[in-house]
Design a protein around this ligand. Sequence first.
Ligand SMILES: [Zn+2]
Ligand SMILES: [Zn+2]
Length: 612
Amino acid sequence: MTQPLKKQTSEKFIRVINARQNNLKNISIDIPRNKITVITGLSGSGKSSLAFNTLYAEGQRRFVESLSAYTRQFLERMEKPEVDSIIGLPPAVAIQQKPPSHNPRSTVGTSTEIYDFLRVLYARIGRTFCYKCGKEVKKDTPQDIVKNTVEFPENTRIYVMFPVSPQTKNLQNELNRLRELGFFRAVRRDSNEIIDFEKQEIHSNLLNEDLYILADRLSIHNDQDTISRLTDSVETAFGMGDGRVIIRDFDKGKNYKYSSIYECPDCEIIYQEPTPQLFSFNSPLGACPHCQGFGRTIGWDEDLIIPDKSKSLEDGAIHPLRTEGMQKFFFEFLKFAEKSGIPINIPYNELTKEQTELIWSGKGNFPGINGYLKWVEENNYKVQYRVLASRYRGYTICKVCGGSRLRTSARQVYIQDMNIPKLIKLSIENVWEFFNNLKLSEYENKIVGQIIIELKRRLKLLVDIGLEYLTLARLSHTLSGGEIQRINLATALGSSLVGTLFILDEPSIGLHPTDTGRLIGILKQMRDIGNTILVVEHDLDIIQSADHIIELGPKSGELGGQVVFQGNISELMTSKKSITAEYLTGKKKFDKPRKHRLSNNFVSVINPRENN
Ligand SMILES: [Zn+2]
Ligand SMILES: [Zn+2]
């Protein structure tokens, strides 16, 4: 949350006067604006009391105060922190190690807003391909059809046709109706034979789908007359055929199907046109109807049914058949396997796909595992079967959407060879590379160029902050605190806030030393665009990169809460009081030499209740 800046302040400092929150000892301190300041000190020395419980809390309180009385009544009243005054405090944002929302569906993609950009991108330039035949799905216009058709060789004879409506119940009545509208000829679907249904009786065993209705026939010339006649005929056929037109190359006997509906003209499967909502698994428009957008369903879990795939059938690979009551079925099962040529003494995972398929689906009178499980389900009213079922049921990846949570129409939308389900399972680094290598047409660039720039910028931030290994599909609640904080940091940075006080709580936690360097780079970027950065930190690399350092101490709890040192790094190095300086100059050694962190051990021994 941020608070609006009431008036543009030109102050160079955030001035804290007489802070006494928690263990702070009436301290007054200046924090330079548009700089990186590290607050350091031992555990319990008062770092969080100053950064979060005083500065951030006051920022939040002022934000709430600035809202209307009406809005305020819905918000928790915030206590004024124990401080005489804070002057020059910008809107404050705390970047903490907890997820921004508790939505169990939240993913790295959604919480960083990257997924929102992807939804818009795919809606604008994604192309739908039929899942059955792979052909591109698009709406054809009469102009498209005419353009394709006049490219046929000169003098090619063509039919312009439309299908009989599939809802037709009585073909003869429908033909009578068409006759009144001025259509007299039908063409058999599988031959060029024309049936003149004004003069001829239609054979009673013909079905709707056996016939096309002829709208026009003509020879192709690439001239204006042909183009305008063809356009008229195609428009008529579109109108009569509920958006479907067939152009037949008479000489080759080949049909070209077109549709003004968003469908595969060959398979007649209708798809939804891409919109940003179509790619939202939180929306009924986009969510896979089978798993309702969870990506998982509760059902029989193969890994529970066959927990050890190195076991043979004979040794009881199929776990539910090992129970005592199942002995009879177990022997029937082995008999079936032997009869079907399935070896019962080799590991399950060495059986062929056909053999395991037989085991699951059964054959003839033999029900297979699926049949057996169905029988267990049907006997669910008996407690022993309910217990049995509960042992082998679990969350499994949704079979329909493959865990992508999206419905078919959304999954079939591609940019080059990449659909969203595939993209969100790549590492963030690979997603970034995909967009770096993406070649767009001039037109595409015009409509999505800006979105791609935003996407790449946000992906790059995540790479820079050391999260390149995550996937966008990763669930937020499975991330570590450090990962969440870095995502929050990248998101805050991605939103390009300026004039803000960012307060971070030990961002180096869980970082590799190389990533610490990148983190520092990001903090500097945030500073350079006009933000004030306040970091509670022990990490010596970060302390050394700070513009300003405040050390609280001298010890923890009641013995802390005082300013031991403030100044820049070279001043710190010569400080007589600073414990950080002792570590920096090597007077004090680390317990673990590879970990550049102040040791808190002796403090926690003295005062085990204190922690930060
Ligand atoms: Zn198709
Ligand atoms: Zn699903």
